[in-house]
Each structure stands twice: as C-alpha cells, then as structure tokens.
Design a protein around this ligand. Structure first.
Ligand code: T3D
Length: 260
C-alpha cells in the first residue's frame, strides 16, 4: 500500500499509522484522511494485524483540520468534510475489533485531540498538549468529541474544555482519565511499540469482544449489558486462545495466543 500523507507498516502483528505532514503539524487534509481510512480498512480486514498504533511524525501529533484547505475556494461544505473525513475514521476505530492505541507525541488539537480520545488506549509524551481548539476559530467540536468527552471526563469538565479551548497538559489529561500513561518524550516511541507488541500477542478475539462490549455499554441498561456479557463470554469461551490460556495456566507455562 502506498500513501502520500501517512507512513504505514505492519511488523510483528502491529500496524503502525504515522500521520506524516510534519511541516503542517500533521493537520488533516482530505488526502491524509483518506490515507488513514484506507489503512484502518486494511487493519480491519487483515488477520496479520492484531494491534493498531497511531502516532505523528515530527514534533506534533496532529493539529486538526488543515485550515488552509478549509478556506480554499474549492473547499467542500463543512458538513461534507466532517462526513467524509472525520466521521468515517471514528466509526472505523470503534468498529475494528482489535486494540487501537494512540501515542500522542506532541500537540493534538481540534479533530485530532478527539481522534486520539476515541482510540482504545491513549498514551502521551509528557510535553504533549491537548486542545479542543474548535471554539478558538468559532467552530464546535466534532470527531466524536461531544460523545466521548462527557462520558470520559463528565459533563462539566467536557463543557469547560470545549468552551474554553485551553491547552491541557498530558499530566492533566491523565489525571482526568483521557490518557492512560505519560512517558518522558524520549521514551514514548519505544513504550508505544512495546505496548502495541504486547497487545498483539494477547488473545485478539477476546480483546475484540471486550471492545464490542464496552462500545455497547455506552448506550445499554444494566440488564441489556448483562445479557451481552453472557453472550460474548460464551463466544470467548469457545476460542482456541481460551483453551490455550487455561492449558498454559494448569501446565504452569506462558500461554501462546494466536488470536483465534
Ligand atoms: O472545515 C472543516 O473541515 C471543519 C472541521 C474542523 C475540525 C478541526 O479540527 S477545527 C480545528 C483546526 N485546528 C486548529 O484550529 C489548530 C490550529 N493550530 C494551532 O492552534 C497551533 O498551530 C497549535 C496550538 C496546534 C500548535 O502551535 P505551535 O506554536 O506549536 O505551532 P505553530 O507555529 O502554530 O504551527 C506550526 C506550523 O504548522 C505553522 O506553519 P508555518 O508558519 O511554520 O508555515 C502553522 O501554520 C501550521 N499549522 C498548525 N496548525 C495548522 C497548520 N496549518 C494548517 N492547518 C492547521 N490546523
């Protein structure tokens, strides 16, 4: 696969998507959005991929919508940008039944902050900053921000973040549950690779079913969710990896999960 605006490679079960317009802080133009969507499709369909890692090239993670493209005379209507660029990425990230990790190496602004927050696990460099910068240019949040933020941090914090458009540090983001772990800048890339490789060796079907359950829990009642747990535990219990996990425990050895 060739892409102009991302780097994409698969190694040891990890698909790495690197947003790659560093001179524009990896801001999203249409072509980069399509590159990411294609890469996510590939990750979804290819059983060799057992974990996805999204990060940015250069000093930033991603600065949101490319504002030069946004004001170009031939630019599409904003609704079309949102529907063709951002919404598909959010839907694909939530639909891939494999873990998707965001390794936020620098500033994550606007749509890109929310792209990170819709991933399964967010880790960040200690100098990374998160900004709901939409309001600073007279826009409203998109890319799932008004769905995920109140659910993750609560209504009032989500309101302050989206209405004030202030820079939030990685430590602050970790303290309110938006980021799982923060690493010294020089250690982020290695930590991200280690985490992704570890997850790529885990029971992929069970990870995928866990993600499906968590997705559903966001809109279910307790009784509905208990029914989902019964059903999907049944599916997990019939995987080869479950048999391997139990056998390895009883034989006092490390399990070798094949994602099946
Ligand atoms: O129209 C639609 O499609 C609607 C959808 C909207 C979704 C959104 O994401 S709206 C939010 C868009 N993003 C922003 O408003 C953020 C704009 N950028 C910034 O506020 C700052 O750049 C940052 C706070 C992110 C980082 O600041 P700093 O000081 O570290 O970097 P910088 O010097 O501002 O930027 C470095 C370069 O990247 C610079 O180019 P230059 O001068 O070196 O040639 C800057 O213009 C460029 N850049 C940064 N962000 C964008 C950008 N170029 C285009 N679009 C950007 N979003």
């Amino acid at each position: 696969m060739t892409h102009d605006h991302i780097q994409f490679n698969i190694d040891q079960g990890v698909a790495r998507i690197t947003l790659n317009r560093p001179d524009k802080l990896n801001s999203f133009n249409q072509a980069m959005a399509y590159d990411v969507q294609n890469a996510l499709d590939h990750c979804m369909e290819n059983s060799e991929v057992r974990c996805v890692l999204i990060t940015g090239a250069g000093r930033g993670f991603c600065a949101g919508q490319d504002l030069e493209e946004a004001i170009a005379p031939d630019s599409a209507r904003i609704e079309e940008h949102v529907e063709t660029k951002y919404n598909p990425m959010v839907r694909k990230i939530r639909a891939i039944e494999k873990p998707v990790i965001a390794a936020v190496n620098g500033v994550a602004a606007g749509a890109c902050a929310n792209l990170a927050f819709c991933c399964d696990i967010v880790i960040a460099a200690e100098s990374a900053k998160f900004i709901q910068s939409f309001i600073n240019i007279g826009l409203v949040p998109d890319t799932g921000g008004t769905y995920f933020l109140p659910r993750i941090v609560g209504l009032h914090r989500a309101t302050a973040m989206t209405m004030l458009g202030e820079k939030m540090t990685a430590d602050e983001a970790r303290d309110i549950g938006l980021v799982y772990r923060v690493f010294p800048d020089a250690e982020l890339a290695e930590a991200a690779t280690e985490l992704a490789q570890r997850m790529a060796k885990m029971p992929t079907r069970a990870l995928g079913l866990t993600k499906r359950m968590l997705n559903q829990s966001l809109r279910h009642t307790l009784d509905e969710q208990l029914a989902v747990e019964r059903e999907l535990q049944g599916q997990a219990g019939r995987t080869t990896d479950n048999a391997e996990g139990i056998a390895a425990f009883l034989e006092k050895r490390k399990p070798v999960f094949r994602g099946e």
